[in-house]
Design a protein around this ligand. Structure first.
Ligand code: COA
Length: 709
């Protein structure tokens, strides 16, 4: 299957057939036809219904094959049992695209029928959107082939939605908020075309500035990542994602596996691809509007201008929350704003004009901020006061909104009674970005900064070093485990693989008896560590299967016996293959590096602070492979505990470079060795800058038979 589909005839069809068009106004087949006509579609429209006759003034064809002209797109609105017959007719009529609105397929377990339809269509070169969709709208040809609202405003935002109902609701909302759309497409069961295919078209569509996606589950994450990574820097993707992957929760063979089950993987991939993840549809719309209408933000100096101290402080908090950097050069700000502020006002950011400020003071200060090229963005706040002049205020906000659009972003936030509400409504109608909550304003500006940071990072990222791993020797070890019908690699095999990916380990040996344990400890030297070796004991410490810091022979004997007793009591059925004796490594910062197979995105790599709290704190970051140097660095910087790696309370910085190197190597392993399902280095001991890192323990699992992620 080729990666790129030419979707021109879907988004810009010259002719559309509505199969199942009905004269009954309450039926979906009527609404679709009506929407197509009411929306002003410029191509040919062919209603199809076995009854023939006329609907909404158009001649009705009894079958698709009877239509004289070519049909680019057929919208299917017949009941599920009849869909296959219609699809056969469409193939015979050489229809290019099908939108199957009909429900009753894989979403209710009827996979066979869905597959039959799609296989047949694909075999004959016809592509399918759906089934179980609400249709689509494409501004380019004014086509509203949906049974959603009739009225849609054309504009620059494209919506791709997995939920048809939510899609309909979003169209309604876009009209109320006067948001223009370039397209809206519901993907439904994604039996053939999916988000990535649609993005390929929208990526090149000149009218679309922002793509807003509502996603529940992703089938082919690898394809989606590739497409997202290829989006141009001036085209933005905002995603609202619900639903969680269950794999981690079901089969937690490692910390990495169980942590991957949370939303962490999607968040990591969003960062990796520069897409903005919104928590709510409200945020998504606000961000999409700002991204599609305002100029890009050029630098890190945002200024808050307010007539209320409290509002200003709240806004500063919101800026911190949403990653909006505030200008802190108070000498400069004093110079710029001194004329417009009363003695008691503050020229530290937020610039407080005080409650005495009227429309004029506002206007002058906004003009000053516009002129000062050092200022990159403005958050203009207003709360209703005694000197409030509603009329002058509306005009000023509209004027300023318009002049700013040519050079830098300005976002307003206003708070007050009825009159303020009227101003908000009036100014929004004129396309000014006015919010009623400072948090919404800061969050929208945060979206602009989020994109700026991503684009800057890409521009300044250095080339990823070429990491080589010994694939042939690694595969040989895996084949041996497979020949013994094992998914679990023995510690010696896992450690050998670590060497083959270029990582170093402390000295170690596996003892099969107490005598061997003692003699290995004497050979390796003290202090020593003993660890249980069993594929059935995943969390060794919890099972009492680890003893650290053993100073002499007697301590080794005691520890050996204690480990055996504890593991046999807690896991009576576990296969115990021996006890690993290894060199006790010096204490450093314990971290964890893992790799697992995400059911949607395939191989992913994880980094986090290790130790006993890893699953409780869930302070981990994920990225999909292949990893770039930039990805690996951001994974390290992305954990909340990053300051610990930078060194707290006079400690020296830790060897972050060493961690990044391990991440790249584990990423390469996950990328090149398809048979590995889970790898976990825990702990990866991290020492001070320049002193490196050490793989203290590693576990590797192979894919389950038949597991094909
Ligand atoms: N070719 C063309 N038209 C045909 C046909 C065929 N082979 N077989 C039947 N039809 C006509 C019917 O005669 C009827 O027209 P009529 O009103 O003139 O009699 C029309 O197609 C629709 O068939 P009907 O049996 O009345 O079904 P319906 O309109 O009640 O429901 C669906 C059809 C597709 C809407 C319904 O099956 C369905 O799937 N609804 C859910 C849709 C949905 O929610 N999708 C997901 C949104 S997110």
């Amino acid at each position: 299957m080729s990666d790129k589909v030419d979707l021109k005839a879907l988004f810009e069809p010259k002719s559309v057939a509505v199969v199942g068009a009905s004269s009954n106004p309450v039926k979906i087949g009527h609404k679709v036809l009506n929407n197509i006509l009411a929306g002003g579609y410029r191509g040919e429209v062919y209603p199809v219904n076995p009854k023939g006759g006329e609907i909404l003034g158009l001649k009705v064809y009894k079958r698709v094959v009877e239509i004289e002209g070519a049909v680019d797109l057929a919208v299917v609105v017949v009941p599920a049992p009849v869909v296959f017959d219609v699809v056969q007719d469409c193939v015979a009529a050489k229809v290019k695209f099908l939108i199957i609105i009909t429900s009753g397929f894989s979403e209710v377990g009827n996979r066979r029928e869905e597959k039959k339809i799609v296989d047949f269509a694909r075999k004959h070169g016809m592509r399918v959107l759906g089934p179980n969709v609400f249709g689509m709208y494409s501004a380019k040809v004014s086509l509203n082939a949906s049974f959603g609202p009739s009225k849609i405003l054309p504009g620059k935002i494209a919506i791709i939605t997995q939920s048809g109902a939510l899609g309909g609701a979003m169209v309604g909302r876009s009209v109320v908020d006067r948001i223009g759309l370039s397209a809206i497409i519901s993907v439904g069961n994604k039996s053939d075309l999916d988000e990535a295919d649609l993005l390929q078209y929208l990526k090149e569509d000149e009218q679309t500035r922002v793509v807003l996606m509502y996603i529940e589950g992703i089938k082919n994450g690898g394809k989606l990542i590739k497409t997202l990574k290829s989006m141009p820097e001036d085209k933005h993707v905002v995603v609202v994602k619900s639903g969680r992957s269950k794999r981690g929760a079901l089969a937690a063979a490692s910390h990495t596996g169980s942590l991957a089950g949370s939303d962490n993987v999607f968040n990591g991939i969003a960062e990796q691809c520069g897409i903005l993840r919104a928590e709510s549809v409200d945020d998504a719309f606000n961000w999409a509007r700002v991204l599609s209408e305002l100029p890009t933000v050029e630098g890190d100096n945002t200024v808050i201008i307010t007539n209320g101290g409290g509002l200003g402080v709240m806004c500063a908090d919101a800026c911190e929350k949403y990653g909006v950097p505030l200008m802190d050069d108070s000498v400069f700000l004093q110079r710029v704003f001194k004329d417009v502020m009363p003695e008691f006002g503050s020229a530290r950011n937020p610039i407080d004009l005080t409650g005495e400020a009227g429309v004029e003071e506002y206007k002058v200060s906004l003009k000053k901020a516009l002129k000062a090229k050092e200022i990159n963005a403005v958050l203009a706040l207003y709360c209703e006061t005694g000197v409030f002049d509603p009329e002058g205020m509306s005009d000023m906000v509209i004027d300023m909104g318009q002049v700013y659009k040519k050079s830098k972003p300005i976002l307003f936030s206003m708070l007050g009674g009825e009159k303020v509400e009227e101003i908000i409504d009036e100014t929004r109608k004129k396309g000014v970005h006015v919010f009623d909550d400072v948090y919404d304003a800061a969050s929208a500006l945060g979206a602009l900064y989020g994109r700026k940071r991503f684009v800057d990072e890409i521009k300044h990222s250095v080339e990823t070093p070429d990491v080589r791993i010994d694939v042939v020797s690694i595969k040989r070890i895996i084949s041996k485990a497979r020949s013994e019908d094992r998914r679990f690699l023995m510690p010696d095999e896992a450690k050998e693989i670590m060497k083959l990916v270029g990582l170093t380990l402390p000295r170690w040996r596996i003892a099969r008896s107490l005598d061997e344990a003692v003699s290995f400890a004497e050979e390796i030297g003290y202090p020593a560590v003993l660890k249980i070796v069993s594929e059935d004991i995943i969390h060794k410490t919890d099972a009492g299967g680890v003893a650290l810091d053993l100073e002499n022979k007697n301590e080794v004997i005691d520890a050996y016996q204690a480990i055996m007793k504890s593991c046999r009591t807690k896991f009576p059925k576990a296969r115990i293959r021996g006890i690993e004796v290894c060199e006790m490594v010096p204490k450093g910062v314990e971290t964890i590096v893992g790799g697992t197979l995400d059911p949607s995105f395939g191989p992913v790599v994880m980094f986090g602070l290790g130790g006993i709290y890893v699953e409780t704190l869930k302070d981990v970051t994920f990225r999909a492979v292949p990893l770039t140097l930039n990805d690996a660095k951001k994974m390290v910087r992305g954990i909340n505990a990053y300051p610990i790696l930078l060194g707290v309370r006079g400690e020296k910085q830790k060897d972050i470079k060493g961690i990044v190197d391990v991440l790249l190597r584990v990423g390469k392993l996950m990328e090149k060795i398809e048979d590995v399902s889970d790898i976990e280095i825990n702990p990866l001991m991290v020492y001070e800058y320049g002193e490196g890192v050490k793989v203290v323990d590693v576990r590797i699992l192979l894919k389950q038979k038949g597991e094909n992620v």
